[in-house]
Design a protein around this ligand. Sequence first.
Ligand code: UDP
Ligand code: MG
Length: 227
Amino acid sequence: MSETISIIVPSYNEEKSIPFFYEAICAEREKFKQIDVELELIFVDDGSKDRTLDVVKELHGRDGQVHYISFSRNFGKEAGIYAGLEHATGDYLVLMDADLQDPPSYLMEMYKAIKEEGYDSVATRRVDRKGEPVIRSFFARQFYKLMNQISNTEIVDGARDYRLMTRQMADAILSMKEYNRFTKGIYGWVGFRTKWLEYQNVERVAGETKWSFWKLFKYSLEGIMAF
Ligand code: UDP
Ligand code: MG
């Protein structure tokens, strides 16, 4: 029987990015077909104010591998990740941003590391913050430094949420029921054998970042409180 990888895509005001993202995933899907692996997409519309939901519904209408969850308001990316993991039925699960900052071309390498090298997850980390406002980079660095001083759980600077994992690891993450979720910490906390891939920062394909400085600051406090 063929295996399925569920791709979970938290999406907030991404009407401009999703068509590019979908196209890039379709290209990967062809490669995976050749090794008898299916890719399914689960968009989580996080209360978008633009046409994100319409775009996603349209894709759902013409592509049986596209599914979606729609939130009643904007709950934040963490809620999107959780809902996506909860609803995905694949043998493997991967989290990806809608803006192509998580290159789909790595998917095959990630899958092979799990299948052939025996890892439970393959995580990604960007080695620079090119294209990001200087002040944001500065505070991000300070945040990771502080986190690693006060917490026993390793929280990797530059780690992205982009990660492919086994069903078993996803279930471990789902068993953590906290409300104010800090997934970067939860990944480390649950353990499992993880391989790290590194790459240069890629700028978003369209639209703008959804994180204001203030939103990130509040999120960092959640990370500190949780870990
Ligand atoms: N996102 C979301 N809810 C939010 C904010 C962001 O689902 O409240 C999604 C967003 O659509 C994108 C991903 O989370 O797919 C990462 O957001 P963004 O690219 O804006 O963050 P950055 O790359 O600037 O850190
Ligand atoms: Mg982004």
